[in-house]
Design a binder for this molecule. Structure first.
Ligand code: MG
Length: 256
């Protein structure tokens, strides 16, 4: 069993070697970081899962609160469609998608104020100091958090360097969100680090070909992140910020 509590320099080197092996790229030379929002920058998932569970239960759809941690990264419309299909054996209508998402958003907005994830500001500062382009890539279209970003993390994301649910046809786990993020950053996959907290987001980053870091900030065990294709799993955002300079400085080239 791997130890996930502290990441050693050797683990970083091995992770990059495995990444080059799996992708066939000959180098890893990070120039951009594509960063998820919920559960990565904000400790918001506990409230999202509560709001989803309450809305669905009131709609008469049986579900558990914990299952919504696994759907994190999908757009709201996709999550609603998934549960309607399961409960009623048909797709959700466009009206259902927009009405039910509105109700869920209303519940979320009434929850206590969402805190920043500890270490997230440090991570963004280290990226900025290292000249790494930062792009927000979120499945959320939640205006309440998107408008808080500039206040909470001043200067972290230049205007225009954001992909939200409004910019994609397919949400995570499809690679589209992270492929679009790379297009905005003008980087190749081997120049791109994805920072995620959820298995579906990890799969999206992995399938887009980026070096994908999973930071565990909720109840999902590290093994799920590995299964989803994480190139590196960090036990906390503080630990990721601590090892980030070493990851950025570890530019491997392989002749293959
Ligand atoms: Mg997330």
């Amino acid at each position: 069993m791997e130890d996930y509590t502290i990441i050693t320099p050797q683990q970083i080197t091995e992770a990059i070697t495995r990444y080059l092996h799996r992708t066939g790229f000959t180098r890893f030379s990070p120039k951009a970081a594509l960063i998820d929002m919920d559960g990565t920058l904000y400790d918001s998932m506990k409230y999202h899962t509560l709001a989803w569970h309450r809305m669905m239960t009131e709609t008469g759809i049986e579900c558990s609160r914990d299952e919504f941690y696994l759907y994190e990264g999908m757009t709201g419309a996709e999550t609603i469609d998934l549960l309607i299909r399961r409960a009623r054996g048909r797709h959700a209508t466009e009206e259902e998608k927009s009405e039910l998402y509105k109700v869920k958003t209303g519940y979320f907005n009434k929850m206590p104020k969402v805190e920043k994830i500890a270490g997230a500001a440090d991570m963004l500062r280290i990226l900025s100091d290292s000249g790494i382009t930062r792009v927000l890539v979120t499945g959320s279209g939640q205006a309440s958090l998107l408008t808080r970003l500039e206040n909470d993390f001043p200067g972290a994301f230049s205007q225009g360097l954001q992909i939200t649910s409004h910019d994609v046809v397919h949400g995570k786990p499809h690679p589209e969100p992270y492929l679009r993020g790379m297009a905005l950053a003008k980087t190749n996959p081997w120049q791109t680090i994805v920072v995620e907290n959820a298995p579906l987001g990890v799969k999206s980053g992995h399938d887009a070909g980026a070096f994908t870091v999973a930071v565990t900030t909720g109840p999902i065990p590290p093994v799920e992140m590995v299964r989803a294709g994480a190139d590196l799993v960090c036990p906390s955002m503080e630990e990721f910020a601590r090892i980030l300079p070493a990851l950025l400085g570890n530019n491997q080239s392989h002749n293959q």
